[in-house]
Design a protein around this ligand. Structure first.
Ligand code: NAP
Length: 482
């Protein structure tokens, strides 16, 4: 197995120094596939975070004034370092998160691609010269790095979710205090190892592990932190938005989803099943853009379900490091229990288990990929995010009905539609209240476009040219007396 010991950093990073918690207390990190402890990370809190913010604020004074070409050079080196270490980083990611190795390799690669994208995009962060109403003035619009950024990330994409924040922040000239999820801290700490290796100055990237409440609280309370970027649950996101009010921080929020996947009778059903598999079962159903609700038009319902069952049955469950495995474990036992409760709720209301429905014999955190038919709007998964390997299949009759069913949620992140009707594609682009819509594709994320949710799925975008704007302040400059 690939050795990842270089990246198993059992320390936090502040001002270029790796350190433990003031209390010397640690938190164990386990491999969800085996239950084995793979290492420990510091249990830091308020005081350590305040020091990290101070280090970031000090570094900002010089880093924010560096040449764009210097920052572009560092980011390019960071991209290359990631790709040079792709195998070790992927092995580490699988060990702490559980996803199959091929998915982990893909996550490292897209993280690297985000870094490169923002290295390119900062060169195009142009200002404006605006025609003045009188001849004695010149009016300019200029952009500037926003300041110290607090970046809080989830466990499901512990490397690439941080890449989408570090890329624009470091390109713009911001400095960062990052707080990764406690379940998966090593993939974030690895960014610190690489950033140092390629020559980012001390204090530009600081990383804290430990109490979410204390680290998050210190980040939110500090007037020195001018922007907070969060990826995680809607519940925590709302709490951070509330906390941001006292110091009027910029916030960007990538929150929960409840993606509909709509299959019309004119669709290529085989292609729809292929899209369904990737959008449902990637990362064992634990992505924010995972399909939560399949809506299938009545005429093709049985055919789609049959083919979905065949494809689902072919998934190989096991430790993500083993050959051919497509489905690893869920992140922890709480996730398994949550999935079980969705199954129990739906079967008590008339849902039929067509495949799976219970814990997998591999044990502990493994759950069988599950297909539930006869799904209805009163079942919990119609409104709540499943975050696990359950494909719930609803039946619908017509376009208007399915568009309103798809929108009947407070979430608005991703939606998928399979149809060959071009007119319908444009109509649904108008009527579906979602920030990301995949027509005839179940996998649409790419660095060149904005990724972000509507409604309670979030604020702002990551990726695309829009992903840089959130890290820049805009100033209007009036030069009079010309
Ligand atoms: P989570 O429980 O909200 O945790 C996310 C991060 O917030 C973790 O680092 C967590 O730390 C931290 N946190 C928890 N409570 C906090 C508090 N009071 N103050 C500050 N930080 C706090 O979410 P998760 O379970 O890790 O991730 C799953 C969720 O993320 C799903 O809802 C998914 O849809 C969403 N997600 C959204 C996107 C997107 O782009 N829209 C992408 C990926 C995931 P601890 O780990 O220490 O608790």
């Amino acid at each position: 197995m690939t050795n990842y010991s270089k990246f198993l950093k059992e320390a936090n990073l502040t001002g270029g120094i790796w350190h433990s918690a003031d209390s010397n207390l640690n938190i164990p990190v386990t491999n969800p596939a085996t239950g084995d402890v793979i290492g420990h990370v510091p249990n830091c809190g308020t005081t350590e975070t305040e020091r990290a913010i101070q280090a970031a604020a000090t570094a900002f004074k010089t880093y924010s004034r560096t040449d764009v070409s210097y920052r572009v050079g560092l980011l390019r080196k960071l991209h290359d370092a990631l790709m040079d270490n792709q195998e070790s980083l992927a092995a580490l990611l699988t060990a702490e998160q559980g996803k199959p190795l091929f998915e982990a390799r893909g996550e490292i690669a897209i993280g690297a691609a985000y870094i490169l994208w923002f290295a390119e995009e900062i060169r195009r962060a142009k200002g404006e010269i605006v025609p003045a109403p009188t001849n004695d003035r010149r009016l300019l619009v200029t952009h500037h790095p926003v300041g110290v950024v607090g970046a809080i990330t989830p466990w499901n994409f512990p490397s690439s979710m941080l890449a989408r924040k570090l890329g624009p922040a470091l390109a713009a000239g911001c400095t960062v205090v990052a707080k990764p999820a406690t379940a998966t801290p090593y993939s974030a700490l690895a960014w610190g190892v690489l950033a140092q290796e390629v020559g980012f100055p001390a204090g530009v990237l600081n990383i804290m592990t430990g109490s979410a409440r204390e680290i998050g609280g210190a980040i939110m309370a500090s007037p020195d932190v001018r922007k907070v970027t969060f990826t995680g649950s809607t519940e925590v996101g709302k709490s951070l938005i509330r906390q941001s009010a006292d110091t009027v921080k910029k916030v960007s929020m990538e929150l929960g989803g409840n993606a509909p996947f709509i299959v019309f009778e004119d669709a290529d059903i085989d292609a729809a099943v292929e899209g369904a598999m990737v959008s449902k079962y990637r990362n064992m159903g634990q992505t924010c853009v995972c399909t939560n609700r399949f809506y299938v038009q009545e005429k093709v319902y049985d055919t789609f379900v049959e083919k979905l069952i065949v494809a689902t049955r072919a998934l190989k469950i096991g430790n993500g490091v083993d050959d051919g495995v497509t489905q690893g474990p869920l992140i922890d036992m709480a996730a398994v229990e949550k999935v079980e409760s969705f199954v129990a709720d739906s079967t008590s209301k008339g849902g039929e288990i067509a495949l799976g429905g219970k814990r997998h014999p591999k044990g502990a955190t493994f759950f069988e990929p599950t297909v539930i038919t006869n799904a209805s709007a009163d079942m919990d998964f119609a409104t709540d995010e499943i975050f696990g390997p359950i494909a719930a299949v609803f039946k619908f009759e017509n376009e208007d009905e399915v568009a309103s069913a798809a929108n009947a949620t407070e979430f608005g992140l991703a939606a998928y539609v399979y149809t060959r009707d071009v007119g319908r594609i444009f109509r649904l682009n108008d009527s579906l209240d979602y920030g990301l819509i995949g027509f005839n594709s179940g996998l649409i994320t790419t660095v060149e476009v904005p990724f972000g949710g509507l409604k309670e799925s979030g604020l702002g975008s990551e990726g695309g040219s829009q992903g840089l704007q959130d890290y820049l302040e805009t100033k209007y400059v009036c030069i009079a007396g010309i």
